[in-house]
Design a binder for this molecule. Structure first.
Ligand code: C2E
Ligand code: CA
Ligand code: CA
Length: 938
């Protein structure tokens, strides 16, 4: 899951946060880089200015240097007067040697026109052909010719070095306008003056200029220009090679190494400013890489200065790229980009992670809410449970109780606060049921489920009986952390157990022994007689009882039966047994009668007692009966045969005119004949297709919905008409015919149920009655499985009804069969519950789903308190054993109401519907699954 998220996450586009981070990072980087570039530019500019300043200073100084040289030469004349030629030469030569830029050091002598001849003559003595000369320009060429007549001449008299300058000797500087102008300016300003630039005489390719300072007569007042002009004896001048001047100075200061500067010097030319000097080393270094981003810049600097009255300008230019080689901005930019990318990636991953965590937290929270909802639901369910539920810690010593539900408080009479924290077994019984406690301890030790029934003592000292279930609660790792214990109060059921047992052996209406008790009594008597004595068995049937029942009603019928029972009992001995075996059928066991007459006397006394008039529902009645006697060992050696033969004799009595006694005689086979006839008809009934199934709805008491149908067999005999099962099931059982008949019932019922499901009538449980013989069939389970498979009905839709007495023969094998059926998924129900030999200890071992409360209990609720209480006890018992309860034979809404209040689950009876044929039931189901009760008219 996580890896899938991760993979998906990688494929997803960058998050806005990551994009913003990247943009912000890049923006910052650009700002930083631009800032750095600006800084770099500023740094470069100041670097440039600094370099320019140095050069400005150097160049300016070099001119100062030249002026110093001039002034030194002039000082020679002002101190000693006009020096001699030799003195001049001795003075000038070291100057020339020290200052390479000096082309020449000169003394011009002022010569008046009057002195010209003498001057020329004096010089001609050591310089033949000497004369004062001047320049003359003819076309392009410049020639030097003898000077014309002028009042004064400024004649070049001394020049050092002489070599190469000889031609200049005698030259009149006044004839050369630039020089004349400079001289006049020097007179005017009383300052040294510079000439405009001119090509150098010696090196015509280079420019130079002349620095001039007049020489005055010593002591003359130099107050104004005129006085100075009058006092002027001449001038000292130095001729300067501009390039050499600048070069030598820059070189001296080591400023000429390639440094990325162009140095241009502009000086005064004859026709305006003229470039005098260029030094160019621009662009010699490689521009730094960030210029690709920002472009290069050319810095320029102009420095103007005055040289002896004339303006000069030094222009210096330098490239930004030459001032700085820093890759700082670029590195900053690249690093900035990288950091931005990395930060953005980090933010992206954080955002992803955060989202993932958020999603995870969200889904976990939702899970938690679901779990909490479920927990709340479970808790409410537990709190609403009608049974005591206890939660016990499995890990703390003594297994303390951690929780009890409200039902526990109610049933056990302990408040939750009292119970919680106490050991599980502390809240047990005062005199504990050793076996049950041992089983519980074992279950706790072995971390397994257990079910015991035990006595428990309650908070108020009461004793109660409970069905107790315990089950381990394991955590996800399979470790048992708790036990959950459920306690069902079956005190009431237990109290009625004895009575149930009695009922199992006694007829509930009359209190006489029932058929099963009768069986025992006969067998006991036979054992006691053991070949020495005789045991008489009398069968007695009330005449016209059916008539009484039909005309005066059931209540009258019941009253009559009770009275009859009392009267019979009042006659017989204490050692005799009186049993009621059917509606109006009684059987008496009369041991100790030596002969027929003694036995007959007792029976006659009974008939006489019965015959006393009786008032019933305002009617006077005389009860008569018919009786038959059979004797052990003469007429039979077992109870069944003896009863049967007594009944045969009794039928003989009825035939002969009622209210009499007949002894059994082997010839008395009338009844046997009838049975034989019935048996014959029964055998062919299957092949003649005379059977039919009726279905009776089973209705959920709460919803009123039909949840199941009980299949009830009907025999439509061509001449006898509709024969009720009561009349032939026993016979079929005895003859074994029940096996094929039962198989037919099972198949037909399953097929019908499946057909109804197919027809869309919903899943309906179908209940099928099994007889003892069928249940004992060794291949019963296989047969049922086959039928289910053939018909396609799901096992969960089939319910098998068995009676308690039916399994009592061989309990172990019965339980085995039940288990096998349960394993298949077939439901099991105990039919006619309460009439057979009910033992809770057995019942607990039966894997049974449903208890069917017998009609006899239902009949008298809510009028008979005992019966009503019994029904309530059975319902409680079923709950304790976690079984469903269905009440059968429910005929009135009052019964229904009582059953509902007692918590009965389902009912079956005429109050909803009688058993009806398949098509009738189908019609009914089609109108809806829900039924309304109505008092049955019985
Ligand atoms: P049962 O299994 O106890 O069936 C219930 C009997 O009570 C049915 O009689 C039914 O019609 C009747 N009944 C239902 N509701 C009421 C009511 O409100 N009031 C009264 N008075 N009676 C009601 P049915 O159909 O005559 O069956 C009698 C017995 O025959 C059944 O008793 C059952 O033991 C047996 N039986 C019926 N069909 C079969 C079968 O297919 N196989 C076997 N082995 N036995 C069957
Ligand atoms: Ca039944
Ligand atoms: Ca029944």
């Amino acid at each position: 899951m996580l890896t899938r998220n991760l993979r998906l996450g990688r494929a997803r586009p960058p998050t806005p946060a990551a994009v913003l981070t990247l943009l912000a990072g890049l923006g910052l980087t650009v700002v930083l880089a631009v800032g750095m570039i600006d800084g770099e530019r500023e740094r470069a500019r100041s670097e440039f200015l600094q370099r320019a300043e140095i050069r400005n200073a150097s160049v300016t100084r070099s001119f100062g240097d030249a002026l110093d040289v001039l002034q030194a030469a002039n000082a020679l004349f002002s101190s000693v007067g006009i020096a001699t030629r030799d003195e001049f030469g001795a003075f000038a030569r070291p100057l020339l040697a020290n200052h390479q830029y000096l082309q020449a050091v000169v003394f011009h002598r002022m010569v008046s026109s009057a002195d010209r001849a003498a001057f020329e003559a004096a010089n001609q003595r050591f310089r033949p052909g000497f004369g004062i000369r001047e320049r003359r320009a003819t076309g392009d060429a410049v020639t030097v010719v003898p000077a014309g007549r002028r009042p004064r001449y400024l004649v070049l008299d001394y020049v050092e070095p002489l070599g190469g300058n000889e031609v200049a000797l005698g030259y009149d500087a006044f004839s050369f306008a630039p020089h004349a102008a400079a001289f006049m300016r020097a007179i005017d300003t009383n300052q040294p003056a510079a000439s405009a630039m001119l090509p150098l005489l010696q090196r015509g390719d280079r420019l130079g200029f002349v620095l001039i300072q007049p020489v005055y007569r010593r002591g003359a007042p130099l107050v104004n220009a005129a006085a100075r002009s009058a006092a002027a004896l001449g001038d000292t001048a130095v001729i300067i090679d501009v390039a050499a001047l600048v070069d030598s100075n820059l070189a001296k200061s080591n400023l000429l190494a390639p440094n990325g500067l162009r140095i241009e010097l502009y000086g005064p030319g004859v026709d305006g400013p003229q470039r005098a000097y260029v030094y160019d080393s621009l662009g010699r270094t490689r521009p730094p890489p960030w210029h690709a981003l920002m472009g290069d810049t050319l810095f320029t600097n102009r420095h103007t200065f005055d040289v002896a009255g004339l303006p000069w300008e030094l222009r210096i230019a330098g490239r930004l790229s030459d001032m700085t080689g820093s890759t700082g901005p670029l590195i900053a930019f690249v690093l900035g980009c990288l950091v931005s990318l990395a930060t953005s990636a980090y933010v992206q991953s954080r955002v992803k992670r955060t989202r993932r965590i958020e999603a995870l937290v969200e889904s976990r929270t939702a899970d938690l809410h679901d779990a909490l909802d479920a927990l709340r639901l479970y808790r409410r369910a537990i709190e609403a449970s009608a049974n005591a539920i206890v939660l016990v810690s499995a890990t703390r010593p003594g297994y303390p109780i951690e929780y009890v539900n409200p039902a526990f408080e109610r049933i056990r009479g302990y408040r939750a606060a009292e119970a919680v924290g106490r050991g599980l077994l502390e809240l047990g019984a005062r005199e504990p049921d050793r076996a049950a406690v041992a089983e519980l301890r074992a279950a706790i030790r072995e971390r397994r489920e257990a079910h015991v029934s035990m006595r428990l003592s309650c908070g108020d000292g009461r004793q109660m009986f409970a069905e107790v279930y315990i089950a381990p609660v394991n955590n996800d790792d399979g470790v048992t952390t708790h036990f959950v214990m459920t306690q069902y109060d079956v005190t009431m059921a237990k109290r009625y157990e004895a009575e149930l047992e009695a009922r199992a052996r006694f007829d509930t209406l009359t209190g006489l022994a029932n058929r099963s008790m009768l069986q025992d009594r006969i067998e006991n008597a036979i054992n006691l007689a053991a070949g020495r004595g005789v045991v008489w068995v009398a069968a007695l049937d009330l005449d016209h009882f059916k008539f009484v029942n039909d005309t005066l009603g059931h209540d009258a019928g019941d009253e009559l039966l009770k009275t009859a029972a009392q009267r019979i009992c009042s006659v017989v001995e204490r050692t005799d047994t009186v049993a009621r075996t059917g509606g109006d059928e009684f059987v008496l066991v009369l041991p100790g009668r030596e002969n027929e007459s003694e036995a007959a006397a007792t029976v006659r006394a009974v008939l006489e007692a019965l015959a006393h008039p009786l008032e019933l529902s305002g009617q006077d009645l005389v009860l008569t009966g018919s009786a038959g006697l059979a004797a052990y060992p003469a007429d039979g050696s077992d109870a069944a045969t003896l009863i049967q033969h007594a009944e045969v004799a009794m039928y003989r009595s009825k035939e002969l005119g009622r209210n009499m006694v007949q002894f059994y005689m082997p010839t008395m086979n009338a009844r046997a004949r009838e049975r034989l006839a019935l048996e014959g008809a029964l055998r062919s009934a299957l092949t003649h297709d005379e059977f039919e199934l009726y279905y009776q709805p089973q209705v959920d008491l709460v919803s009123g919905a039909v949840v199941g149908l009980e299949a009830l067999i009907r025999w439509r005999h061509p001449s006898m008409g509709m024969v009720r099962p009561d009349r032939f099931i026993n016979l079929a059982e005895e003859t074994g015919l029940i096996v094929p008949i039962g198989a037919w019932v099972l198949r037909t019922a399953c097929r019908q149920s499946r057909a109804w499901q197919h027809a869309g009538l919903g899943p309906l449980r179908i209940a099928v009655n099994l007889s003892a013989r069928q249940f004992a069939e060794p291949n019963l389970v296989r047969e049922i499985a086959r039928v289910l498979e053939e018909t396609g009905l799901s096992a969960a839709c089939l319910e098998v009804e068995i009676t308690e007495s039916l399994v009592m023969g061989d309990v172990e094998s019965a339980i085995r069969t039940m288990r096998e059926l349960k394993q298949m998924g077939v439901l099991l129900s105990i039919d006619d519950f309460g009439t057979g030999y009910s033992s809770l200890s057995y019942l607990r071992r039966f894997p049974v789903d449903v208890l069917k409360i017998d009609r006899s209990f239902v009949r008298d609720i809510p009028f008979d308190e005992d019966d009503a209480a019994m029904v309530a006890a059975i319902i409680q018992l079923a709950r304790g054993l976690r079984m469903r309860v269905i009440a059968e034979g429910v005929e009135t809404e009052a019964q229904l109401d009582y059953l509902r209040r007692r918590g009965c689950d389902e009912v079956q009876g005429h109050v909803y519907a009688q058993a009806a044929s398949g098509p009738d039931v189908e019609r009914m189901l089609r109108t809806g699954r829900h039924m309304l009760p109505h008092n049955a008219t019985v």
